[in-house]
Unconditional design. Structure first.
Lengths: 255, 255
DNA sequence: CGCAATATTGACCACTCTCAATGAGGGTGG
DNA sequence: CCACCCTCATTGAGAGTGGTCAATATTGCG
């Protein structure tokens, strides 16, 4: 990965570090000068390390975070002490939009591996997006996407069985890595089996058994954190329930 | 209900029909004059009837809808022909924010009972919220709330058992009706058992059995569509897993 | 090197689904 | 107005998926 990191603020590209991004920004409706103004309010911090908290449930909301490198999980704690993992956040993804309304974070963001983020202070962002209509536009789109993504998760948790859930999860990671220019066939899981299970509404043991079975079936190779997807088509078939239909139709399938 | 209907556009109050709403709007940051401008772009339609579609998956996105009276379910269709109910929308709630990014609706909105809505054309809304910063602010809050609400559903589907799910669901309806000035103890379910089960990730039969059991246990009375919550505290205990702990702590619990 | 956390594997069990039959409304048309 | 039908709801019996518990590996880390 080049040392000039671009965060894909979903469609809203933000420069991180000190790179020129004219070629990335123009296509999506922000003028070069606007990008620079946005860039000026973004603050970078030194990297976080595994098990650090980016923020915790109840913390005052300062702004939204864009993941530059690394990965982060968000989760909420339940009254009985258990957690519910809400999501895993990879480079180019945004965290914290859920806290705008309350002004307080409703979930905890915990670092899974050494991670760099940008903080975009919310008050400044809101002011700026009054001045830059196309920024407001991108913000609405960004939040809208976040809302529309929910339905995939509801389907996963509401309708899919264990096989389908894990397959869907792996394909989602695969696709997101691909979008970021990483390999879509081979990657490292920065989260534990426990966290995967928690996220997918399954027990750890089930995740473990599924990895073993998928491997026995030649669908993937997994060793500890490292995963290699050997048969993505099979995963797609599994993820969308089709026991062994032809898969010549839609692609879809993203968490 | 008075004939002057106010839709609580979450914190963004919108006038429907022809009412004066100064007393409702000022408290939440929109000037009277701004309200009027917003009001001018809102379009009303004649009521929809049961099984009508407000919009369907794939329809071009025109704007967001505020439910004035009645109720609506949203759902997505899966490849295998099954559906996943995404939510039930009561008076004062907003539908369609998920479609902003794609410009196309990703789910279908189907009318459950005679329902009146406002359509807020999105392009006009976006333009207006450039001109009225406090409107933009409310929009961000509104979308943020939608995003933060997701976690309740993830907990429900990821962690809760059948009892907890139904209890949580009933409490959510109860609370939402209460907010709208209706009874929180007694109301009509505009959705079928099937739709409830679908939404909660449970089979119809399970819903039916639970209603019967809850009734046998004196927690509620249910007849057909009509539900009376006899022991809301018991429901709260059930919804948050505590088998029979004291419930003197938090309230929370909303879908 | 040894401990603690994480992962794997097995055995058993329970919650909920599925299948099937019955019952109850609600709407329509004769 | 009633008979019919169709959808929706209820109830029971049996089965299966995935959870729980427990034991054992494995890994990472101090």
């Amino acid at each position: 990965m080049s040392k000039t990191t671009i965060v894909n603020f979903n469609d809203l590209k933000i420069a991180c570090e000190n790179c020129s991004l004219s070629r990335l920004c123009l296509p999506m409706g922000l003028e070069q000068s606007d990008i620079e103004r946005l860039d000026q309010i973004v603050s970078r911090s030194k990297p976080y390390h595994r098990n650090d908290y980016l923020f915790r449930e109840g913390d005052t909301f300062k702004g939204i975070y864009a993941v530059k490198t690394g990965s982060i999980k968000t989760y909420v704690s339940r009254e009985d002490g258990s957690d519910q993992v809400l999501g895993f956040h990879l480079p180019g993804e945004i965290i914290g939009l859920d806290a705008i309304e309350a002004g307080v974070h409703g979930c905890t963001a915990k670092i899974l591996e050494t991670t760099a983020v940008c903080l975009i202070p919310y008050e400044k962002l809101e002011k700026l997006s009054v001045e830059i209509p196309s920024l407001q536009h991108q913000m609405f789109r960004l939040m809208s996407r976040e809302i529309s993504n929910e339905s995939n998760m509801l389907i996963l948790l509401g309708k899919k069985n264990a096989d389908e859930r894990l397959a869907t999860f792996l394909l989602s990671l695969s696709q997101r890595y691909k979008q970021r220019g990483f390999s879509s066939q081979e990657f490292n899981l920065s989260m534990s089996r426990n966290e995967i299970g928690n996220y997918l509404g399954l027990a750890v043991e089930t995740i473990s058994r599924l990895f073993t079975r998928f491997q026995d079936e030649g669908i993937l190779k997994v060793e500890r954190k490292h995963v290699e997807l050997l048969d993505i088509e099979a995963l797609k078939r599994i993820s969308s329930h089709c026991s062994q239909n032809d898969s010549s139709s839609k692609s879809s399938a993203s968490i």
